[in-house]
Every structure is written in structure tokens, then in C-alpha cells.
Write a protein that binds this ligand. Structure first.
Ligand code: DGY
Length: 321
């Protein structure tokens, strides 16, 4: 039996399924692995099953006498894994696309609605016993239906978001994507592809990020670009924290240069920039994009399928390097 090491606790059904195929080392305490524990795992197992909380950089992957042949990541984003270093070490890397697109888009819409309708502010007020009753001017937000949604990154999650926003809320969709999007993908949501991020930022009422993280998209939304957003607009991020220059966003929110933000991902999770906590116009969630029972099980089973394919000599469907 091949030996696999899981760096975090996974849903029980998935751990049981893995145990019928592999000799498993589970992380009973669910504590994040240190860099040296990651290295030990690479040396002691045939496969390392990681998540976004594991930093697999060139130094970690450069450990001598690596036994692991595959890093099977539980998640679609893999900017925490240095794929060049993995390739150099002869280690394949897989991810879990598709199965989380709907739930991640649902969460992006949750953030969009919560920010626009000031849901967190209202709940905080009520829980603090500060609600003085209904009145016509109380916590007035922004109407969502019929507004323009700008989507940056029109992959699977961006498309799911566009579908829900257009067909559910009658939103007009504009898209920025590095490569040309096929007409049929745009037409099903009556979307227009714009040629620059700047064009999108100046016309959207809501901007939702669905591009990968990593070096190439670090601070894609910088101070200059945030300044181009409409004053009454909102920024939604379920992609990766590094895509936004957080200090620039905090300044824009504090000065009400933009109306608000809905954020599920941050730089340096879970030690987020404490200045966010003082901002009433920021909705903050702890990286919950794919966090439903159904999706987390599907993600785990997708990892199992990638492992089975790899160890039976096939190329895994979700091999990224
Ligand atoms: C993903 O799937 O990329 C989630 O953000 C968790 O890693």
C-alpha cells in the first residue's frame, strides 16, 4: 500500500475512503504543519495531501531524499506551491477544480449582497442590543438587481458567478480575462468582454475577483486601480489575498473612496491586517468559499481520484505540473 500523509483533518467520509486505498497518516489534532514537518512528510510518504495553509516553497521542496512523488492539493488554487520547484524535484501536483465552483460563486454573491445591504452592520447592531426599531432611513444600502457586475478572471468560478448574478439578479455582466473568452460563454450571460481592467473598473458597480493568486497577479488591484472604481462601487474578493494591495484598499474604505468591500481571503491568513476590523463597510469572512459539506466531500474525493490515477500509471485529470 502506498503511504499518504494529510496535513490537515479532512471530512470523515473522505478520510475513510482514503484509508481503504492507502496507508494514511491523518492529522488528528488538525494543527498546521511547520516547514520542517512538511519536509519530513515529503521524505516519509509517497504522497503529500496539502491545503492552502501549507507553504511548499523551493526551500521546503528542496529537501534531500524525497520519497513523495505527488502533492495532491485539496483546493483549486495552488499559488502556495512552487510548481517549478516541484517539477525540479520530480513531484507531480494536482488540484480540485470544478467541484467547488458553485459554492465559491455562492459565497462571492453572499459577500456582494451582505456588503450592498449592510447585513453585517445590521447584525452587529441587533446583537449589541442597539436596534431602536424600524425607520425609513435605517441602514439604507444599495440595490443590487440590475446593476453592473465586473468580473476579473472568467474561469469556472467567474462564470458560475456571472450566471447566478445575471439570471438571479438581472445584473449586467462585464468581464476582463487575459485570453479571449468564447462567444457562447459570454452570450449565456449576455456579457461583454472588455480589453482592460481599467475599463471594467470605471463602469462596474460591483467588481468581483476570480483570477488566480501568485506572483503574476500580486497587487493586480493596486492604489491606482482602486482609485478608478466608482465611488458607489464595491470590491469582492474570493480569489486570493495577494491580488489586492490591502493597505490601498483599507485607505479607500476608511475614506469612503469606494462604498464597501466583501472579503473572504487575505494576505497572511489568519493573521489579517487588524485595520480591517474597524471598517464598518467591510464584510469579512474566514476563507469559507468552498466550505459546504457537499463540496468539501467532493473536493476530497477528487483528490482520491487524482491519487488513484497517478498510482495506477495514468496522468491525473487535475495535474497542474
Ligand atoms: C481553493 O480551493 O483554492 C480554496 O481557496 C482553498 O484553498
Amino acid at each position: 500500500m502506498k503511504k499518504i500523509i494529510l496535513t490537515r483533518r479532512w471530512p470523515a467520509e473522505v478520510e475513510q475512503a482514503l484509508a481503504t486505498h492507502y496507508e494514511c497518516e491523518f492529522n488528528e489534532k488538525d494543527e498546521p504543519f511547520s516547514q520542517s514537518r512538511l519536509q519530513q512528510a515529503l521524505v516519509n510518504a509517497d504522497a503529500l495531501l496539502t491545503t492552502v495553509t501549507d507553504r511548499l516553497d523551493a526551500t521546503t521542496l528542496g529537501v534531500a531524499d524525497t520519497r513523495a512523488k505527488i502533492i495532491a492539493n485539496f483546493g483549486v488554487g495552488y499559488s502556495h506551491i512552487d510548481t517549478d520547484a516541484a517539477r525540479d524535484a520530480g513531484i507531480a501536483v494536482t488540484n480540485t477544480p470544478d467541484v467547488l465552483s458553485d459554492c465559491t460563486a455562492d459565497l462571492a454573491l453572499t459577500l456582494l449582497l451582505m456588503a450592498a445591504r449592510r447585513a453585517s452592520e445590521g447584525e452587529r447592531e441587533l446583537r449589541a442590543g442597539l436596534w431602536s426599531g424600524w425607520r425609513p432611513t435605517h441602514l439604507m444600502g444599495t440595490k443590487v438587481s440590475g446593476k453592473t457586475l465586473g468580473i476579473i478572471g472568467f474561469g469556472r468560478i467567474g462564470r458560475a458567478m456571472a450566471h447566478k448574478a445575471h439570471h438571479g439578479f438581472g445584473m449586467d455582466i462585464v468581464v476582463y480575462n487575459r485570453s479571449t473568452v468564447a462567444d457562447n460563454a459570454l452570450n449565456t450571460v449576455n456579457a461583454r468582454q472588455l480589453t482592460s481592467i481599467e475599463q471594467l473598473l470605471t463602469c462596474a458597480d460591483f467588481v468581483s475577483l476570480h483570477c488566480p493568486g501568485g506572483q503574476e497577479n500580486t497587487h493586480l488591484l493596486n492604489a491606482e486601480r482602486i482609485a478608478m472604481m466608482k465611488p458607489q462601487s464595491y470590491l469582492i474578493n474570493t480569489a486570493r489575498g495577494e491580488v489586492i494591495d490591502e493597505s490601498a484598499l483599507i485607505d479607500a474604505l476608511a475614506s469612503q473612496r469606494i462604498a464597501g468591500a466583501g472579503l473572504d481571503v487575505f494576505n497572511n491568513e489568519p493573521d489579517i491586517d487588524q485595520r480591517f476590523l474597524a471598517l464598518d463597510n467591510a464584510v469579512l469572512l474566514p476563507h469559507l468559499g468552498s466550505a459546504t459539506v457537499e463540496t468539501r466531500q467532493d473536493m476530497g474525493l477528487r483528490v482520491l481520484s487524482n491519487l488513484n490515477q497517478y498510482f495506477s500509471g495514468q496522468q491525473p485529470d487535475d495535474q497542474v505540473c
